[in-house]
Design a protein around this ligand. Sequence first.
Ligand SMILES: [Ca+2]
Length: 304
Amino acid sequence: MKHILACFMLLLACQEASAQTIKTTFVSGPGRDRGEGPAMVADGRYDTKWCLDAPFLMPYVIVLDAGEETSIAEYGFVTGDDTQSYPERNPVTWRVSGSNDKQDWVLIDDQRNNHSMGDENEEEYCFQPTFKGKFRYYRFEFIRMAEGTRIQLSEINLHKTAKTAVKTTFVSGTGRDGKESAAMVSDGLFYTKWCIDEPQQMPYSVVLDAGEQMAVSEYGFVTGDDTHTYPDRNPITWRVSGSNDKQAWTSLDEQKFNRRMRDENEQEYRFKVPSPASFRYYRFEFIRMADGTRLQLSEIKLYK
Ligand SMILES: [Ca+2]
């Protein structure tokens, strides 16, 4: 069960639109012909979108043609160009299937109640199918959106490659040793966590060793295995820095009052490093949590 959960909650990093992104053509989908019609998800542009609120047409089904039998490492949903002003239109429950004849479909991914997409403009969120196969046609069935029935997406991308996770080792962190120590964020297990509530030791910091110098383009925070029961422990304000000697640190990212993480168990949220640079050590400083001073995270992940 644990494994299944971990699999279906895997939110994967995005490839920038590149040679690894498959050129698709739109086959079918619900909505208007032009303007904000479904074909807008496959026109290669982030400033055009598919927007639909027609409960009687649900689930909304989009079919894309990859041109030939193709296997994908991940697929990406790109938010609309005004999702920040009109939030809650991202899908949270959907299914993805593949076919070579548009008759027989093989389910390759099934996401339920996944709220990991943020309400930002033109931001891509990628997911890795749990079943791998070669298909020409890809079908997306959108079953539920964040606030119910209205969906908007600017693109649906298919990617041949995915970003790779970096194997890290724990260097140091705030708090005591033991079962819920900082070291738990780099043991690779979603059911072990770092949990701390020591206001006098804030900001809480953890340093991870990537093993060698590398440019990390994204990092991920995974919520605890009981965050749903014990909410408000996610970080909302934090800093990320890189170093090669653990003395001089260079700021890589800073987030203030970012409430994208939700109170769900073992769910990963990824954040992009705006200007990746090559470092061996990565430091995370947690300045404020949703409810103040208590933090819990099951993993901190780095991606090349
Ligand atoms: Ca862990």
